[in-house]
Write a protein that binds this ligand. Structure first.
Ligand code: NI
Length: 176
């Protein structure tokens, strides 16, 4: 297994639509394992293909907390959504250390292929439902910041840019 590089905004691949996986091959299975390892190493609860530069419809999620619950999804599709909504403070490995409240469906049912190519459906609520919606958005080139008002989004990205510059400056100083 190997840890992959996680792309960050404004990388253009994050804004592209991922293509369906034609067959769940050993290479796909390996990529899912690498994505899961990368997600754990970066302390995320979900990771989508786009985020590691793979424009294929693949997602890994683990919202299990103390009890691990890794879920690997190929070609995931939301087939049912509750009318009820929930608000959750979301973050994203591709928008590092910035958080904002986003409204999502409180419960969703997802249809997908597992890592052995078998069709599965899973109904989730709470954090797992949020993660499914957030990750499937990634496959369509959508980020959680797209749900914010233009002003809020602008401020968040400005804050991220400011922090990046500061970190780069500190790193430079440390090298001298
Ligand atoms: Ni994300």
């Amino acid at each position: 297994m190997s840890k992959l590089q996680v792309l960050e905004v404004p990388h253009p691949v994050l804004r592209q639509k991922a293509e369906p996986v034609q067959a769940v091959t050993p290479a796909v299975k390996q990529l899912l394992a690498d994505m899961l390892e990368t997600m754990y190493a970066t302390h995320g609860v979900g990771l989508a293909g786009n985020q590691v530069g793979e424009l294929r419809r693949m997602v890994v999620v683990d919202c299990g907390g103390e009890q691990p619950d890794p879920i690997k999804l190929v070609n995931p599709e939301i087939i049912d959504r509750s009318d009820e909504m929930i608000c959750h403070n979301e973050g994203c490995l591709s928008v590092p250390r910035e958080y904002a409240d986003v409204e999502r469906h409180a419960r969703v049912t997802v249809r997908y292929l597992d890592e052995n190519g078998h069709p599965q459906t899973r109904t989730a609520e709470g954090l797992l439902a949020v993660a499914f919606q957030h990750e499937i958005d990634h496959l369509d080139g959508k980020l959680f910041i797209d749900y914010l008002s233009p002003l809020k989004r602008k401020l968040l990205l400005k804050h991220l840019e400011k922090r990046r510059k500061k970190e780069a400056r500190l790193a430079e100083e440390a090298e001298v």
